[in-house]
Design a protein around this ligand. Sequence first.
Ligand SMILES: Nc1ncnc2c1ncn2[C@@H]1O[C@H](COP(=O)(O)OP(=O)(O)OP(=O)(O)O)[C@@H](O)[C@H]1O
Ligand SMILES: Nc1nc2c(ncn2[C@@H]2O[C@H](COP(=O)(O)O)[C@@H](O)[C@H]2O)c(=O)[nH]1
Length: 197
Amino acid sequence: MAATSRGTSPVPPDVRPRLTVLSGPSGVGKSTVVAHMRSVHPEVWLSVSATTRKPRPGERNGVHYFFVDDEEFDKLIANGELLEWAEFAGNRYGTPRRAVLDRLEAGEPVLLEIDLQGARLVRQSMDDARLVFLAPPSWEELVRRLTGRGTEAPEVIERRLAAAKIELAAEAEFDTTLVNTSVEDVARELLALMLQA
Ligand SMILES: Nc1ncnc2c1ncn2[C@@H]1O[C@H](COP(=O)(O)OP(=O)(O)OP(=O)(O)O)[C@@H](O)[C@H]1O
Ligand SMILES: Nc1nc2c(ncn2[C@@H]2O[C@H](COP(=O)(O)O)[C@@H](O)[C@H]2O)c(=O)[nH]1
């Protein structure tokens, strides 16, 4: 699998970069926050996941996800190529292992944007990972964002909202919570967390 962009590291010389996991309910704004952070700091490396989900309009293979079919996903699992994987709302998603380990070995901070199940698996296998929970300002606002995005059918929105209830109940498992009221503020706070020792 191809790597994504690299550039000048934002990491001060005395900081040991580590893995940061960003999780939170579907529609809370994880991708929006990360996209904003990377528009200001394009050098921040984000893992590109593999998924069996079909691309949404505008999503590009190798950029937003590696879009694979069930058979290819099975092979990634069987070959041990995934650091973690999970089934979420009817599709499978997984983090390619090699690219993440290469970046960490190179001393670069690494960001994963994954669901609760994946965050738990990362916690088990990488005990110095920092787990960040992105929370909505309210349940009503979460529903508004997920529905307003207009990318999912009503029954898929229902599945994602059911998962959201479970994810919100797990907030205490995370090291830090950021409330996504302002994309700019949260992106700044997330970058600061990524660069903390
Ligand atoms: N702070 C915010 N204020 C208002 N709207 C927001 C904010 N952050 C994100 N949004 C909007 O909420 C919607 C969902 O955002 P986004 O797709 O980034 O969520 P996500 O957490 O990545 O979802 P998923 O887990 O389903 O991929 C988008 O339409 C986005 O523009
Ligand atoms: N466990 C994993 N979860 C992942 C991964 N990549 C994305 N995700 C999460 O899946 C849901 C749905 O994403 P969507 O793009 O279909 O809206 C969301 O919570 C993502 O964070 C992964 O590699 N592993």
